[in-house]
Design a protein around this ligand. Sequence first.
Ligand code: FO1
Length: 304
Amino acid sequence: MKVVALSGGVGGARLVDGLAASLDSDELSVVVNTGDDFRHCGLWICPDLDTVMYTLSGRAPIDRGWGLAEETDACMNALKRLGGPSWFHLSDQDLATHLLRAKGLDEGLNLSQVTDLLFDAHGLKTQVYPMCDAPHPTRLLCDGAEMEFQQWFVANQAEPEVQAVCFPELGVASTAAVRAVDEADLIIITPSNPYLSIDPILSLPALNEALENRKGACIAISPIVAGRAIKGPLGKLIPALATRPASAAAVVAHYGDLVDGWVVERGDEAGFKGPVLKTDTVMKSRGDRKTLGRAVLDWAQPLL
Ligand code: FO1
């Protein structure tokens, strides 16, 4: 069975880890948001790609979700002492990833090629594709001015009220990502932030078209549990952007008829039409991820 997961952020990476435990490496592909990517200290930072890589490697911090669990900060401390930027934390082993990516890009590899190189270096077999190879930066419209994603999310702790999430007009989706969606029997929208992690993927015309004309079924896991986001700013973004309280139903409305079936936390299924799986969707451990991944795949079978 060909499965494609659309992922961004920590929640998406956790489900990908759970799906990878139940699928062969030639069954699972992952299309990852690159709208959070930015240039920092001469490096090209790809947070959502690295979060999938570290999570699949079992090396991401179980609670924080991004970066690496066993880490040191010698370089960041030296950088601070030299008066360099310290708002975006790059710990020592994580820096090795950024340096290797910068080397590959500097030698003319595109983002997909350097991602393959990094995943191989981590001994990972899962097919992970950037949604596009060229920069496709997400910007947040706050108080009439556009902010770069990481300036909003990290430097300003996602505090500034968001009036709109903005994407570049066009954008060329990566060939492998479009092919993966075209060939998929099952497309899974992971419990990522719909506005910040999934909409950037849908903003790419070729991927949006591939999803609209999909041959397979498309299911989604709600990132809102009992009216609250497990992690991140979604609990505030829904009232700000959809002018309604945060709820699983608000996420359903956001995706509209793109989604054929929903996976929601027990108790959140009120008002759902169509196929819905009510289960435990909060992943506190790798075991939880595996259980949820298996439950989602088993439940989705009749939808294919
Ligand atoms: N998030 C923070 O809140 N503070 C940081 O200093 C920070 C550094 C960082 C470094 C590498 C990386 O892959 C992710 C990092 N993140 C940090 C998380 C990142 O901003 C988010 O993971 C995504 O951009 C949104 O999901």
